[in-house]
Design a protein around this ligand. Sequence first.
Ligand SMILES: [Fe+2]
Ligand SMILES: [Fe+2]
Length: 228
Amino acid sequence: MNKQKPDLKKEQAASSARPRYPYSLAARFFFSFMDLVTGNKITLSKTKLVEILASIPYRAWENNKYSRMTCNYRNLEAVEHARRVVEWGREAQDNEYGHLLVIQEKMKLDGVSDSWYLRPPVPWAIVCFYRIFASTLAFFSLRRAFLFNAEFEDHAEHVYAQFVSEHPEWESQPVDNDLVKHYYPDAATWADVFRRIGLDERDHRNKSFAYCGKPEHVVEYEGMPEID
Ligand SMILES: [Fe+2]
Ligand SMILES: [Fe+2]
């Protein structure tokens, strides 16, 4: 495993400079819908909604593959592949949930309250739609589900890179929060916390591209985790 720590500033600049993946019609429709609900400006509420949705595909894949593992337990090759997807799904869900908790801490620190679209029943409706969409996609084509998620994560990576550049005050804002330190012990400032979240999204993006059969779109960096 590569143990070298990534250069977060360098990778944020690389994310900003890299053109976005040419998104599918479905992905562009989804991002436009999100902008319609949340507005074009990147805010903590907006990223919170992104994180609430981000774990859903991983949960759908986990359920899908666990069912297949149960049905095909005699086929150890299929079981091994499914087990890798299940493990990745669980790890990524935990990571996305960590992002959600960290953003909540930042909102508490800044004294920012949730935007209207984070108040029930609005998020319930959006989550319900996305759960049905993700489960249906996973049922019919896991490969297409991985690709849609790669697009979602590519979009999220660019959003975080832009978000940090729009908040230069975060560069001198120290992290003094045990929960945030638990997830990001090496981040000295809030700018680094959000840079690291953006790089986590690149990790999710990379693995999604690798699993959907498009490894040529993996964007490597020093200190990145291995893709099995
Ligand atoms: Fe995330
Ligand atoms: Fe992600």
